[in-house]
Design a protein around this ligand. Structure first.
Ligand code: 4AD
Ligand code: MG
Length: 455
């Protein structure tokens, strides 16, 4: 029979560290793990984490029996523990409180070789141990911010009358070009993992007016860059009777809401992230994240693609008038910005088949990319959709896409077509910018990259 692990100390209220202030002066128990410890004479200082936060439990030799005091001395990092004691306000503690410990029950002693020591590890090592690395303070803070951003996004769209309608992950057709499709066998038929829910959201927008889809999307990216994952989350609003200007305003408002919500609720997490940076990160001299987010205000600068090219050329780039912006170009454009910028009217030739052409300039599309400041670059892509049946049909042919897979999509232009627009915001890139991270890999609990499928 396997041993029965204790669930709690009997008769003592359970406090979660994040809510510890509500228990000031009371005797409580914390159920968690030993994060670290230090000893000095008759005192052990135990850093205990419970998933919601970190607190120091101070164990005085005279307050516990000898066996408990001795056990604490040798207890390995990440051992699971039930800690009883009295909550005491302490201005020096990061959480503002300490626990005067009088009880320690070891739930399961960890093996003494916990791989994530407080020294700096290489990225590959940490990624291989992602399942344990998640327990570290900085990773905890980043993923807390991610969850808050998800909530901010949902609150924003729910509050504006957008209906959440999830789109399928198995699809018979490409949305964002055929070069990054993950193909899979679907009962003898070819299927692809969704690159974007947009085409389906256009259908739901014609049924519900304002919709959004928010879920995982997949790209068989061949690029190993700091901004590319093969699986990432994207929120995609789509609205009937909306044009390019309207979609730019929507993206602007969304980003302001995200920054305000994170600032309001995640200040401590941002400080934690700021306080634990690798040498390479410190080298970049990013602004403290609270300051950076507070600077994000409407209106964001709007820049025609033509002007973006001119600016890059003036800075010595050999980029051509008809070129797309590459990651490095975006970095140059946004390096000195405090707020995101909206680059619009990209050449139609570099954008997807569904983009509406500018009625005044057929070479240009009614498209917009939002580039995050401080060198981060593209976090949003979107624009107005082609609403004319024949033009869209020609575009599908011109892009060499199989028309038979898009018959349902063309129906939307046959039965009550309207101007409509929307965009996709990449969650991980947004988290990377908000937290000031050098790479998207830390923004997902278990990121999927070109060369990483484990753990
Ligand atoms: O610019 P993209 O490709 O646009 C679309 O997919 C549209 N169908 C969206 C729409 O209009 N509904 O992708 C949108 C965003 C990018 O701006 C970026 O933030 C993110 O998705 N993204 C990625 N994030 C991480 N890794 C990748 N490989 C990404 N590819 C795109
Ligand atoms: Mg894009």
């Amino acid at each position: 029979m396997s041993p029965v692990l204790p669930l709690a100390l009997p008769g003592l209220p359970v406090a979660r560290i994040v809510e510890i202030a509500a228990f000031d002066g009371q005797r409580v128990q914390i159920r968690g793990w030993l994060y670290g410890k230090r000893s000095k004479g008759k005192l052990h200082f135990l850093q205990v984490r419970d998933g919601s936060g970190l607190i120091q439990a101070v164990m005085f030799k005279g307050d516990v029996d000898d066996a408990t005091f001795a056990a604490a001395e040798t207890l390995p990092q990440e051992s699971s523990v039930l800690v009883g004691g009295t909550v005491k306000a302490d201005a020096r503690a990061p959480s503002g409180f300490e626990l005067a410990c009088d009880t320690l029950v070891v739930v399961a002693a960890a093996q003494p070789d916990y791989p994530i020591a407080p020294k700096e590890h290489g990225t590959a090592f940490l990624m291989d141990h992602r399942h344990l690395w998640l327990r570290s303070r900085r990773q905890h803070a980043i993923l807390t911010v991610r969850a808050r951003i998800v909530k901010a996004i949902r609150d924003f769209f729910d509050g504006r009358g957008f209906l959440l309608l999830d789109t399928p992950i198995f699809t018979p057709n490409a949305c964002e070009g055929t070069s990054t499709l993950f193909e899979t066998d679907y009962h003898g038929q070819k299927a692809y993992l969704s690159q974007s829910g947009q085409l389906y959201s256009e259908a739901t927008a014609m049924a519900f007016g304002r919709v959004y889809t928010f879920g995982p999307t997949f790209r068989a990216e061949k690029s190993k860059t700091r901004r590319h994952l093969t699986e990432f989350w994207m929120v995609e609003p789509e609205q009937a009777y909306l044009d390019l200007d309207g979609t730019m305003e929507l993206a602007e408002d969304l980003l302001c809401a995200i920054c305000a919500d994170v600032l309001h609720d995640c200040g401590a997490a941002l400080d934690t992230i700021d306080s634990i940076r690798s040498e390479a990160e410190e080298h970049r001299q990013l602004r403290p994240r609270r300051e950076a987010l507070a600077a994000v205000r409407k209106p964001f600068p709007r820049m025609h693609h033509r002007d973006a090219i001119a600016q890059l050329q003036a800075l010595g780039s050999d980029i051509g008038a008809g070129d797309d912006l590459g990651g490095d170009d975006e970095t140059v454009l946004t390096q000195r910005q405090e707020t995101p910028i909206l680059v619009h009217h990209y050449p139609a030739a570099v954008k997807a088949f569904y983009m509406k052409r500018d009625p005044g300039d057929a070479e240009r599309s009614l498209s917009v990319d939002v580039l995050a400041p401080e060198g981060y670059g593209e976090i949003v892509g979107g624009g107005q959709r082609e609403d004319d049946h024949d033009t869209l049909q020609n575009a599908i042919r011109h892009h060499g896409l199989p028309e038979s897979a898009f018959d349902w999509y063309l129906d939307l232009r046959k039965y009550g077509s309207v101007p409509h627009a929307g965009f996709g915001l990449g969650l991980e890139r947004t988290v990377a910018w908000v937290c000031g991270l050098p790479h998207v890999r830390e923004t997902a609990a278990f990121p999927r990259l070109m060369d990483r499928l484990r753990p």
